[in-house]
Design a protein around this ligand. Structure first.
Ligand code: PLP
Length: 262
């Protein structure tokens, strides 16, 4: 009873099915864990971009968390689009109140199409409230630069930035290198015990990458729920995302979505 790996995403929806909670749940399904979701924001969105978004009332965030805590044994969770200061705080409060297992924080800020998914003045709140709760933090290069306030280019820049994020309270860090140019996409990993590693995959020349950040963090969450170590979860997630990008499907007229059956 209640032993099948159960996971949770606290994030925003994507009506287009390619990113946010929809990508998270599809990934969890594909990775054979049970996915639950706390909807923090609703977006009217397709592969062309975000047309409109709505933040849910805080008491509705609290009610969703209470419902899950009363019935499920969540083994790992993740956060995605949190929108603004108040919602970052509300999510952090709930994560302090309930044990939803190791937390993957995907510090989502701006969609590839340019839509703001986290207000600028909420970044500080995210750092102070959420980072200390994070088992693993998964910024892309642009998010990492915003968080540490520095340009990240050389390997030593990656290391310094990851160390700064550890000083902010996050235990394990992966800085995704997808926004850099080069033949390979290289992600820099710094674990809580000081172990560092680069995860490498060939760069695939495609614009169909909508929802890659969500998918990677959801896959890490799924693998942590199964009991894998951080580094195992990261390696599985890196392979999964590479396949999902490589074996693209044609849906919509814009970016993505990914192929979760790849
Ligand atoms: N919409 C939502 C609700 C998201 O959570 C995210 C990413 O986290 C996006 C859109 C952006 O996806 P992308 O930048 O991959 O297009």
């Amino acid at each position: 009873m209640n032993s099948f790996p159960q996971t949770l995403t606290l994030a925003g929806t994507d009506s287009g099915g390619g990113a946010g909670i929809m990508a998270d749940l599809k990934t969890m399904e594909a990775r054979h864990v049970f996915g639950t979701a706390v909807v923090v924001a609703v977006t009217a969105q397709n592969t062309l971009g975000v047309q409109k978004s709505l933040m849910l009332p805080i008491d509705m965030i609290n009610a969703q968390c209470a419902s899950l805590a009363a019935d499920f044994q969540i083994k790992a969770c993740k956060t995605g689009m949190l929108g603004d200061k108040e919602h970052v705080l509300a999510v952090a409060n709930n994560l302090r109140q309930y044990d939803f297992g190791p937390l993957t924080v995907d510090p989502v800020m701006v969609a590839k199409g340019g839509a703001i998914l986290l207000e600028e003045d909420a970044i500080k709140t995210m750092i102070t409230e959420l980072f200390p709760l994070a088992t693993i933090l998964t910024p892309n290069l642009l998010e990492a630069e915003k968080i540490v306030g520095q340009t990240i280019d050389t390997p030593s820049d990656f290391k310094r930035a990851a160390q700064m994020m550890q000083q902010m309270g996050a235990k394990n860090i992966v800085i995704k290198g997808g926004h850099k140019v080069g033949e390979k996409v290289q992600d820099y990993v710094l674990l809580a015990n000081g172990h560092e590693q680069w995860l490498s995959a060939p760069r695939i020349d495609t614009k169909r990458t909508h929802g890659t950040g969500d998918t990677l963090s959801a896959c890490i969450t799924a693998e942590l729920a199964k009991g894998h170590s951080i580094i195992q979860a990261l390696q599985i997630a890196k392979n999964y995302i590479s396949q999902a990008i490589a074996q693209t499907i044609q849906v919509g007229h814009g970016h993505g979505p990914l192929n979760h059956w790849a």
